[in-house]
Design a protein. Structure first.
Length: 470
């Protein structure tokens, strides 16, 4: 339900909410099925508690998510879970202390200024995105170390990865991207970029991506209080109690694979190609159905119920998911007999090896249209792990449905890619409502794409450039 709400219309698309909900079931689908299929009430309670403890042990972000979901459903986790453990740095396989995620406070800013030359820092990447109705951001900074490193250390610079929540202002120009000042405030944080740029937000967390961090002043201080790698408690393993029957395991595997597929929206370049609506149509009501199927005490009835459930999922998926279900049930689960829910026409096509007709692109909108900006991202040209990487720009747009569709049909998400942009500019106003794109064409090729009178402006250097819906 949360995934469906977050993807119902591109104008309220929340990529992070979809990723977070799907990510939960990467780890917890099998524990859910094991708890649902236990033969007695006490066994169900025991397995469910083990699953809750496992979920909470996967990090503070997961535990917070659990608490929020339980509260929204009218439950409390107080007394069920072990007390929170303080977040501390960890160590890598060589025993070197690693940088933790830190809130951007005055103390953190002072510590960073002592270890890195922030006035010479350069913006490696900037991303600002609508998450529902709010704006979130991500900023990557290339920084020069101020502390001494070992002889033979790779000359590759360190980076600071900053995540911002509730962005209130952004003003960025890729031609003015050198020099950074971190300004934590009582009401949030403001980061100056270059001479005239800024990005401000209510909350900000950061983490140095620096394999030499253990040699920095902050790293040396952390090393004195971080226990040795061997002394740290091992991560708990997923609850294993309860063996699933054949059809229950097939259902669990298919649902798990579906969540992994939906989670692919975290890849911003492919987010518009993930068929979230099709998966929602197929798996809606899965939680209630799993509990109902697992509640049968007789094993043959429980198996029949899970078989019916799988066939229902396949049938609901329709032609759009026929290939996906065929692969999962035929190649992953090795249960092609569970494909009875497929449409006869699609089964005949698959059996004959005939290619299926591709679905029309829902974002291909005829005629000039107004669009709404959902995400704008820029990455500068750089060298990473010894490989040269060109600059790039990425834009997510909410575009109207086909003109022949109903007037109130949902808008669709479209990703536009720009390779090696010569200039990228972004201001907060670019996210304020719909706008008609302006495209400057030179020698039959688009050279500049702009929204909201240039609040977003991407100038192409040369070569192909993505066109707006037209």
């Amino acid at each position: 339900m949360q995934i469906a709400d977050a993807a119902a219309d591109a104008r309220c698309f929340d990529r992070e909410a979809i990723r977070a909900a799907a990510d939960v079931w990467d780890n917890n689908t099998l524990p859910l099925f094991r708890a649902a299929t236990a033969g007695t009430r006490s066994a169900r309670e025991r397995r469910a508690l083990a699953a809750l403890e496992w979920m909470a042990g996967l990090g503070e972000e997961r535990r917070t998510w659990m608490t929020e979901q339980a509260t929204a459903a009218g439950y409390s986790l107080d007394g069920l879970l072990a007390p929170r453990k303080p977040s501390t740095p960890s160590r890598d396989h060589l025993g070197r202390v690693m940088a933790p995620v830190m809130s951007l406070t005055t103390h953190t800013a002072t510590s960073l200024a002592a270890d890195y030359d922030l006035p010479s820092a350069e913006v490696r990447g900037l991303q600002v995105e609508r998450a529902g109705s709010r704006l979130d951001g991500r900023l990557g900074l290339v920084v020069t170390r101020s502390y001494p490193v070992d002889d033979g250390t790779s000359p590759e610079s360190a980076t600071l990865d900053i995540r911002l929540r509730d962005v209130t202002e952004v003003r960025f120009d890729s031609h003015d991207a050198r020099g950074v000042v971190l300004r934590p405030r009582a009401d949030g944080v403001s980061i100056t970029l270059g001479a005239r740029g800024v990005i401000s937000a209510v909350m900000a967390d950061l983490c140095p991506d620096d394999y030499c961090w253990h040699l920095s002043s902050a790293g040396r201080r952390a090393d004195t209080t971080t226990p040795p790698r061997d002394a740290r408690p091992a991560h708990a393993t997923s609850p294993q109690e309860g063996r699933l029957s054949a059809n229950a395991m097939a259902a669990a595997t298919v649902l798990h694979r579906a969540m992994l597929h939906v989670r692919m929206v975290r890849d911003a370049e492919r987010a518009d190609r993930v068929p979230v609506h099709d998966f929602h149509r197929a798996f809606t009501g899965a939680g209630t159905a799993i509990l109902a199927a697992g509640a049968h005490r007789l094993s043959h009835r429980r198996e029949a119920a899970f078989r019916d459930l799988i066939e229902t999922w396949v049938r609901r998926g329709g032609p759009a998911l026929t290939d996906w279900f065929t692969m999962q049930l035929g190649e992953t689960v090795h249960r092609p007999d569970l494909l009875n829910g497929c449409h006869d026409l699609d089964r005949r096509r698959l059996a004959a090896g005939a290619p299926q007709q591709p679905a029309p692109n829902p974002a291909a909108v005829p005629g000039p249209v107004e669009v709404e900006l959902r995400m704008a991202a820029y990455t500068s040209a750089h060298t990473r792990y010894g490989a040269d990487r060109a600059a790039k720009a990425l834009v997510h747009l909410a575009v109207p449905p086909h003109s022949q569709n109903a007037e109130n049909a949902p808008w669709r998400l479209r990703a536009m890619h720009g390779s090696d942009p010569a200039h990228f500019q972004l201001q907060t106003a670019a996210f304020q409502g719909v706008s008609r794109p302006r495209v400057t064409v030179d020698a039959n090729a688009p050279r500049r794409f702009a929204l909201h009178d240039g609040a977003l402006s991407i100038t192409q250097r040369e070569g192909p450039h993505p066109c707006p819906p037209s």
